[in-house]
Ligand binder design. Structure first.
Ligand SMILES: [Fe+2]
Ligand SMILES: [Fe+2]
Length: 347
């Protein structure tokens, strides 16, 4: 990684780009140097440069159209990006991770409060629902993740879990809920009982893919039978919904081609993701839940049900479900030309 260092020549500071490893030791050394007179001017440049070098390239797809809110969203992803890099360092410093996560949390809560104030100011109709989503993240999700971090002494895996959930939640929440504040929501179409169920479900899935990932997709097969569609690995999830009225549980199987996920997430985050590590795995887990919520807005497949479990599956485990019983709904989609995704629903 390149950083800016300051050298004095006859009283005038000269800034040089140096190739250094970004270990805590190096930063400390460079910052200590910047604190000394007459190098103090370099400190400002250093901070600016470090920020630019580490900054995640902001994708305008995230913009909702309110500068203050867009800037806060951009900042949140920038903090997450820095935490990902910090967690990947060989000589990971637990203290730095802890402080970074603490800062991310306080910035998130500050942003929630500002966004809520804005919604109240414009008398936004969905304010109570939107606020309850913020409250759930603040009062349940983040504390549970913090508990796990403490228990596991900020292990690489616990930090990946924390970051994956935050990336997935933020992506889905900004794309769907925050965009809706300024009317950038999907069309309001809802399946009617006299319409063909399969066609309506297909329409709802295509709309949810567009809302969440901003891509136009197409149905490849309405009778997907467990064929291997991936050129490499697949990421599979099983979402189990329990009935609130005593009906048998509902199971939703989602299988994504790994390359497709990497292309889509890279496009959304404006950052080239090379591999699907655990952060990506956890992010997709949350995005899968939000994806089903999106489908549910048009086609009430999960109404009367409550999400009970979300498991990781191998592709073989997914295929075995076809051997037992063919699911009533099983479809294969080409997601925006980026790769394939299968969705199967079983009651
Ligand atoms: Fe929000
Ligand atoms: Fe937001």
């Amino acid at each position: 990684m390149g950083i800016l260092v300051c050298r004095m020549t006859k009283g005038a500071p000269v800034y040089e780009q140096k190739k250094l490893r970004s270990s805590g030791k190096h930063w400390k050394c460079v910052l200590r140097m910047a604190r000394c007179e007459p190098y103090f001017q370099a400190r400002h440049f250093l901070r600016k440069e470090i920020g630019i070098l580490n900054e995640l390239q902001w994708n305008e797809r995230f913009n909702i159209g309110i500068d203050k809110i867009d800037a806060a969203h951009q900042r949140l992803f920038s903090i997450v990006d820095k935490l990902i890099k910090l967690n990947e360092e060989e000589e990971k410093q637990q203290h730095a991770c802890k402080e970074g996560i603490k800062y991310f949390k306080s910035y998130t809560l500050k942003h929630f409060a500002e966004e809520e104030a804005f919604m109240r100011e414009i008398h936004y109709g969905r304010y109570p629902i939107h606020k309850s989503l913020h409250d759930n993240m603040r009062d349940n999700t983040i504390p549970a993740l913090e508990y796990e971090l403490e228990k596991q002494h900020y292990s690489v895996e616990s930090v990946q879990h924390f970051l994956g959930i935050c990336v997935g939640w933020l992506t889905g929440h900004i794309m769907i809920e925050d965009c809706a504040i300024m009317g950038k929501a999907s069309n309001k179409w809802i399946h009617q009982t006299d319409e063909n169920e399969l066609e309506s479900l297909e329409k709802a899935i295509l709309q949810a893919l567009k809302d969440l990932f901003r891509v136009n997709s197409e149905l490849i097969s309405a009778r997907y039978g467990g064929e291997d569609f991936s050129s490499g690995n697949s990421l599979c999830y099983r979402l189990t919904y329990k009935s609130l009225t005593g009906e048998p549980p509902l199971q939703v199987f989602l299988a994504y081609e790994e390359q497709m996920i990497l292309r889509i997430l890279s496009m959304i985050l404006g950052k080239q993701l090379a591999r699907a590590d655990k952060t990506v795995l956890y992010a997709m887990r949350i995005l899968s839940e939000q994806f089903m919520d999106c489908i549910g807005k048009h086609f009430t497949i999960t109404s009367g049900y409550e999400l009970n479990k979300n498991d990781f599956l191998t592709f073989d485990q997914l295929v075995r479900t076809f051997h037992k019983e063919y699911p009533p709904y099983s479809m294969l989609f080409n997601v925006g030309g980026k790769g394939y995704m299968a969705l199967c629903i079983k009651k």
